[in-house]
Each structure stands twice: as C-alpha cells, then as structure tokens.
Ligand binder design. Structure first.
Ligand code: OSB
Ligand code: MG
Length: 369
C-alpha cells in the first residue's frame, strides 16, 4: 500500500439524546475522520474516538490532530506498507496516543482489505456473520425515565442492558431496575467513580446478579481492582485500565478482572485489539467490544473486530439510529433481534456517505508525502 494523500476532517454530529456518565455529559459528538487514499485512488476510512475533553482518557480531538499531523503522517508517508500490522512497529517511537494511532491504522486496515477484496472481518480472521449486541444507557434525570428507556431497548431485542452508575446513582437504581426486569442480562459501568473506600457500596451490588461491573476503580489501576475482585462476587470488567496486550496480561495475572472490554481506539488499533483478544482467549477471559459513541466508520470497525471468536459477550455497538438522525454510512447499522448482520462487501463493508460527511464537516486538511 502506497498512501498518496490523507484527508483529515473535523466533524460535529448532534446526539439524539444527551449521554451522561460519571465523568460528564455529551450533547454532541466531535471527532476526526481519516481518509487515506492510495495510488489507485482507493479510499480507506478511520475514525478517531478521542473526545473534545480529556475526561475518559488524556487524549482529545486536538491532541489527536497534532499527533497525527506532526508525527504519524510523516511516518506513514515514509515507506509503502505491505500489511497494516507493520504500522504498530513504525509508530512505536511515538509513546501512547493510542486513539491517534488507531485512527490511522483503521484507515489502512480498510484500504488493505479493499485491495485484497476481502471484508474487513475476514482480513482480521473473524468467523461470524452476525454479532450480538447490547446497549449502554447513560445516567438519567429519574429512575422512572431510566426504566422507560430500558423497557424500549428490551422490547427492541438488545441482548443486554448496561447502565451507567456513580455514587448516589447506584445501589438503589440497580435495585429498581432488577425489580422491574428480573431476568434481563444487566451490567453497570462506573467509569472509575469509586475507590476501595467504597467497598461496602460495591459489595451491595452483589445481590443483583449483574453480569459484571465495569471499571469501578481508578482509570489507571490494576492493583486495587485485584483487591476488590477478591472481595466481591460480581465479575469485574476492565475498560479504561487496559491499553495494550501487556496490560491485559498483567491484569489477568493479578486477578484484577474476569472480563475485558476491548475498544479499538483505547488500545491503539485493530492489530493490538486482536492481540488482547488472543491473550484473553488463552486465559479463558471473555471479551466484548466497547463503544465511544462512534459514527458509522468507527461502528463498522467495531462490528468487524467483534467477529473474532472470543468476543463471546454482547458489546456496546448499538444501531446508528440509537445515536443519530442520520449516520455517515449507507446502509446505516441496523439492529434486529439484538443482532447486527456483518456486511460482506470489501473493507469496512459500508459506503461512506460523502454528502452527509460534508454536512457535518467544519474543517478539512489535505496531506501528501
Ligand atoms: O465507558 O464504555 C464507556 C461512552 C463514552 C465514553 C465511555 C464509555 C461510553 C459508553 C457508550 O458506555 C457506549 C456506546 O454506546 O458507544
Ligand atoms: Mg466503560
């Protein structure tokens, strides 16, 4: 692959409903869309999952633009690429900045799969033609509102419900949800809102048969999580704490979690996501694909990685219509009976709707070798 041109676009899309977590609230999605064009004029697409503010992790839309423009693109243009997995090595002189790296690598994976005339999921070694999905529901104004929203998604067939929790919106809320939906596969995501001092509160969740509790403790911790896991029945799933296959190995060795949420952006791209998948599989740790309120391009990458065998739990990849009035891909991602049919067209398997992209774009810049 010889990349002749890269276009970075800054997009803004309004969310249908605000999304609230323990660390803050999103009304809209602002992100970088990457288009890498090769010598034959074929386009590969990637999406940065960094948010405008460093709330979830330290990266932002602006730091991603800076790292991509000043460091990653010069490395990308340095020499042709035989396989997208080479990029990890090439980018390794740049520390961290996983979301920036993942956005570029994602575009190259799409381009690579298109050149091979393979759907991305096949290029990655996936084996499913449909995937099971759940939905992540933000913190609401009232428990009644939350119950109404859950009701809708349960009726739509979503395979599990994830609710966001934080101190003051946790045990009592989960109790109400359980009372109303005794058998729904249910989990809670704290986005690092607790510390070991809250252990009694977290222990109180044990009676509600949650599938897991996601990232209860600090975003960079794997030590206290091990202490916590030894004292609670509910399986811990790590999200924020896992940035690499090495992190996964160490967390598994310490007993910090029983499940891992893989986000392609958080771990630096599809190649590292595959490595984490493999190491978890060897250790009987199930994985599932997390979400970052992605638009269509990021969503397509999530669908592709979820086809790997050890993605045995429903992920957060909900339908396009859950987030947007209109997505940037055609067809949009549709969920039927809690499943998404994996597209079989080459690359990400969806067409990018350039007209829609233009509508959402506020800034474009073109880069050449
Ligand atoms: O922790 O999984 C998370 C959204 C933004 C930041 C962090 C998280 C989330 C979600 C939403 O839970 C998942 C989605 O619907 O994309
Ligand atoms: Mg999470």
């Amino acid at each position: 692959i010889k990349v002749k041109r890269v276009m970075l676009r800054h997009l803004q899309m309004k969310l249908k409903a605000p999304f609230t977590t323990s660390f803050g609230s999103f009304q809209k999605k602002e992100f970088i869309l990457v288009e890498a064009i090769d010598e034959d004029g074929v386009s590969g697409w990637g999406e940065s999952v960094a948010f405008p503010s460093p709330w979830y992790n330290e990266e932002t839309v602006k730091t991603n633009w800076h790292i991509i423009e000043d460091f990653l693109l010069p490395l990308l243009f340095q020499a042709p690429i035989a396989h997208p997995e080479e990029l990890q090595q090439r980018f390794s002189i740049i520390r961290k900045n996983q979301m920036a790296k993942a956005a570029i690598e994602g575009a190259i994976w799409d381009l690579f799969a298109k050149k091979q005339e393979l759907p991305l999921h096949k290029a990655l070694g996936g084996n499913k033609n449909r995937i099971e999905v759940g939905v992540s529901i933000g913190i609401q104004k009232s428990v009644d509102d939350l119950l109404r929203i859950i009701e809708r998604y349960v009726q739509d067939g979503y395979r599990r419900i994830k609710i966001k929790i934080k101190p003051g919106w946790d045990v009592d809320v989960v109790r109400e949800v359980r009372r109303r939906f005794p058998n729904v596969p249910l989990m809670a995501d704290a986005n690092s809102a607790y510390s070991l001092a809250d252990i009694d509160r977290i222990k109180a969740l044990d009676e509600f048969r949650l599938m897991m509790i996601e990232q209860p403790l600090a975003s960079d911790d794997i030590v206290d999580h091990a202490t916590l896991q030894a004292q609670i029945k509910t399986p811990i799933c790590l999200d924020e704490s896992i940035h690499s296959a090495e992190d996964a190995r160490k967390a598994i060795q310490l007993g910090s979690c029983q499940i891992i949420n893989i986000k392609i952006g958080r771990v630096g791209g599809l190649s590292e996501a595959k490595r984490i998948h493999d190491i978890c599989q060897e250790n009987n740790i199930p994985v599932w694909c997390g979400g970052m309120l992605e638009a269509g391009v990021g969503r397509a990458h999530n669908i592709a990685i979820t086809t790997l065998d050890n993605f045995t739990m429903p992920g957060d990849t909900a339908a396009s219509s859950h987030y947007w009035e209109k997505d940037i891909i055609v067809p949009e991602v549709v969920v039927r009976n809690g499943t998404i049919t994996v597209p079989e067209q080459p690359g990400i398997g969806y067409e990018v709707d350039r007209r829609q992209v233009d509508i959402y774009t506020s800034y474009v810049k073109v880069y050449r070798p």
